[in-house]
Write a protein that binds this ligand. Structure first.
Ligand SMILES: *Cc1c(COP(=O)(O)O)cnc(C)c1O
Length: 380
């Protein structure tokens, strides 16, 4: 049996209901709600991360007042002094989650306390004050309730939620800031793969790493993404969709993609994923997949996986499928893996789509929520 991680233990603890939390972030008047025409235009071509809802949740932290001024206010530009320290030293963390509309019209989210625990793990690493779980949960409840008309119901669609915290003190000295902003913005999103799962081509980068030992690889912060962009641009130019990073200490073991964890399905039916070393982001999707595979009797293991063993396993047929996973796409098959000295096709098979089906069925309330992962935000 797997030992649960700290995040898994924390996220299994009971939390107040949405009705109990409602009002934590106080709804402000909105003079210019988007028109029904604008709403319908957005819903007629749901993409990812390009359109936003009417409101955003916002709170500010100062040493004197802690987290205060908790509001749900009209979505719009922030005013930030050019010396605002996030612009210079990148002190920021974020989360990614989704609100789903079930067939009866009610609105739910998936393992929100996992995100609450993880944003605080990220905050600790970046010397940012933690956000009380009730505030994190309250911000999600109050924002989604205010923005309920932006939760789509088309298959595969959701209201993508992006909580984030950044240093807003105007100060160029190098130290942890004395003022922070917490926000949650919401973006109605369509199915990542409207025409079924589409395999991606992955470039294994040997020149760049997204994170290294003692760095920030296991926390969700923009800096890791900044480090991944140049290799991603180069891979794109060469015709690849994503980059698989190796561990910075030895440059031999697979870590993860720039923003998704990676899994390997063996021909014998067992499933493997790189173990959490401190350089790998502990994905909630990764955690969910490990838990439900184990519960249905699939042998799962978290281990050090050398790139060589992957290349050999693909050549010999010992590896039968590979996929990447994360909240945005849920599960994405890998169809090709290449680097300067190899280029191998990866079979796309049943296990990957079965995992996708299982997870999305739980999220949409089509399958029993045996793990207690769903959290009800609002009734129909
Ligand atoms: C967010 C993220 C993931 C996936 O995490 P989920 O909780 O499954 O969305 C994986 N890797 C990185 C680097 C990430 O930032």
């Amino acid at each position: 049996m797997r030992q649960p991680t700290e995040l898994e233990i924390f996220s299994a603890q009971p939390v107040a209901s949405a009705d109990e939390l409602a009002g934590t972030f106080v709804l402000q008047p909105h003079e210019a709600l988007k028109s029904d025409e604008e709403h319908d235009r957005v819903f007629s071509h749901l993409g990812f991360g390009t359109d936003f809802s009417d409101y955003m949740a916002h709170a500010t932290w100062t040493a004197a007042e802690g987290w205060h001024a908790k509001v749900v206010e009209p979505y719009g530009p922030l005013s930030l002094d050019p010396a605002g320290s996030v612009l210079h030293y990148g002190q920021e963390v974020f989360e990614g989650m989704k609100a789903y509309r079930h067939v009866d019209g009610s609105i739910w989210t998936f393992r929100p306390t996992y995100n609450a625990a993880r944003i605080n793990m990220s905050c600790r690493r970046l010397a940012i004050p933690e956000i009380p779980v009730e505030d994190f949960m309250g911000s999600i409840v109050d924002l989604v309730r205010a923005d309920a008309r932006w939760v789509p119901s088309a298959p595969g669609s959701s209201l993508y939620l992006r909580p984030f915290v950044f240093a807003s003190e105007s100060f160029l000295g190098v130290r942890a800031a004395s003022r922070y902003e917490y926000l949650v913005i919401a973006s109605p999103s369509g199915a990542y793969f409207p025409n079924g799962l589409k395999p991606i081509n992955v470039w294994v980068d040997r020149d760049y790493h997204r994170a290294g030992p003692g760095g920030m690889g296991d926390v969700k912060t923009g800096g890791n993404y900044a480090a991944s962009l140049l290799p991603k641009v180069q891979a794109h130019d060469a015709g690849y969709d994503e980059v698989l990073f190796l561990d910075a200490a030895t440059n031999t073991n697979i870590d993860e993609l720039g923003g998704m964890n990676v899994f390997i399905v063996m021909a014998d039916g067992s499933v493997k994923t790189p173990k959490l070393t401190g350089n790998i982001l502990p994905g909630g999707t990764r955690s969910s997949i490990l838990q439900f595979l184990e519960s249905e009797g699939t042998p799962v293991s978290e281990e050090t996986i050398s790139l060589q063993s992957v290349v050999d396993g693909l050549a010999s047929g010992e590896i039968s499928e590979m996929f990447a996973c994360g909240t945005a796409a849920v599960v994405t098959p890998i169809g090709r893996l290449a680097s300067a000295d190899f280029d191998v096709a990866v079979p796309v098979g049943e296990k990957t789509s079965a995992i996708y089906e299982e997870l999305t069925a739980i999220q949409l309330g089509h399958r029993e929520d045996r793990f207690g992962w769903l959290y009800k935000i609002a009734d129909a």
